[in-house]
Design a binder for this molecule. Structure first.
Ligand code: NAD
Ligand code: DAU
Length: 360
């Protein structure tokens, strides 16, 4: 195991009521019984306090939820005055590529300006401290698209394609600048596509599971040959914690499970598992697959080389992918009420991200 670089005591998790955030809060509280976690979230369409129900019930002494906007400098300053935060796990963001195509403003405001406000609040609050760390969670999408060969390393040049990935690239540069210019202790990670419990059903896997079960068409963009590199969310959380505690100041780590799938093969795999778990009387769920207009600027292939994380910090993805996918499908089947609440209040499953006039 790599040398300990940082010992967190009070962790601020931003975006804690979102998909990765709520899984991360659970992971942290289980990983260290002495840890206090402050969960911050604005509760946009993507975040829900219901994602933290068990956490709030089970850890009233070690956990606090704060509804706040990372763009609100006064609120961030107040929070640092109220809580002796020594670690920030920064996940809050607008996260959906298709929404960034239809409406980019919120992406620049939260992902760029929100990160700036948070960095400044941390810099001021931590001026006299060196036992602190800001960990910024970013994406492999900052590197742009790969061809058929090669993988992203930490040295791959930035080349973002979408408003989302451009805003995340900007936020990465800000974190590095605050580390180099002001000496703010910071680490970064860029990871591939996550999947698992509590993912908002606008993203490929939960969207396909929910639409399949509802008997609706399964919209695969373009020719379905785009490749994504899939990582189970709990494994991402364990990697994040390893980096927060053992990562070297100023360093970036790529996180991935070496698990590439074309979209069409993955959707077919979901259909096959659903055929086993919830068989239909006659046909396969695969009959619902429908090819639709491609996403504008759609990156062809992502693939992470996780060598640094493995060699320097000893992290690897432990459980076989197919089991993780089956668990995820079972989670969505078992949490139909959670899905229904989102569908009736926040997102009805419609196609997002086509500029005006373009047909699905
Ligand atoms: P998500 O959309 O599920 O959650 C984001 C959370 O941030 C939501 O709860 C939302 O309410 C909150 N939020 C948004 N704007 C806010 C603001 N101004 N102030 C406070 N809270 C705000 O996203 P996710 O999939 O959990 O992603 C979390 C982070 O991980 C993001 O930074 C994303 O870029 C990054 N990431 C995600 C993936 C993935 O596959 N999901 C992969 C790589 C990186
Ligand atoms: O790579 C990491 C990124 O993964 C994260 O930074 C983002 O926050 C996260 O949303 C995700 O971005 P993607 O654009 O890769 O995820 P999405 O689930 O939207 O799409 C995955 C692939 O599936 C992509 O190639 C587009 C395709 N797709 C998506 C949807 C929603 C379809 O074919 N049909 C769909 O309906």
């Amino acid at each position: 195991m790599a040398e300990l670089q940082h010992t967190p005591r009070v962790v601020l998790v931003t975006g804690a009521a979102g998909f990765i955030g709520c899984n991360a809060v659970r992971h942290l509280l289980a990983a260290d019984a002495a840890l206090r976690v402050v969960s911050l979230d604005l509760l946009t369409y993507a975040g829900s306090r219901a994602n933290l129900t068990d956490v709030e019930r089970d850890h009233p002494d070690r956990h606090r939820f704060v509804r706040a906007d990372i763009r609100d400098a006064a609120a961030m300053e107040r929070l640092f005055a109220e809580e002796p935060i020594d670690t920030i796990l920064h996940l809050a963001a607008e996260s959906h590529v298709d929404r960034s195509i239809s409406d980019p403003a919120a992406f620049l405001e939260t992902n760029v300006m929100g990160t700036y406000v948070l960095l400044e609040a941390a810099r001021k609050a931590w001026a006299e401290r060196d036992d602190v760390r800001f960990h910024h969670v970013s994406t492999d999408e900052v590197f742009g698209s790969l061809g058929a060969e090669g993988r992203f390393t930490e040295a791959t040049p930035y080349n973002p394609s979408s408003p989302y990935s451009a805003s995340k690239a900007a936020s990465d540069h800000l974190v590095r600048a605050w580390n180099r210019t002001y000496g703010l202790p910071a680490t970064l990670s860029n990871c591939s596509n996550n999947f698992g419990p509590f993912q908002f059903p606008e993203k490929l896997l939960p969207l396909m599971i929910c639409r399949a079960l509802a008997g609706e068409p399964l919209p695969v963009y373009g020719d379905g040959r785009n490749v994504r590199d899939w990582l189970y969310v709990a494994d991402h959380c364990s990697a994040l914690w390893r980096i927060v505690c053992h990562g070297v100041d100023g360093r970036t780590y790529n996180v991935g499970a070496e698990n590439e799938w074309t979209n069409i093969d993955l959707v077919r795999q979901v259909c096959k598992l659903l055929d086993e778990l919830r068989p239909k009387p006659t046909r396969s769920y695969a009959d619902q697959i429908s090819f639709v207009t491609d996403r504008p600027g759609h990156d062809r292939r992502y693939a992470i080389d996780p060598k640094r994380l493995r060699d320097e910090l000893g992290w690897h993805s432990p459980v076989p992918f197919r089991q993780r996918l089956r668990d995820t499908i079972e989670w969505y089947i078992g949490n139909a009420k959670w899905v229904k609440a989102i569908q009736s209040e926040r997102y009805d499953g419609r196609r997002l991200g086509l500029p005006g006039g373009q047909k699905p």
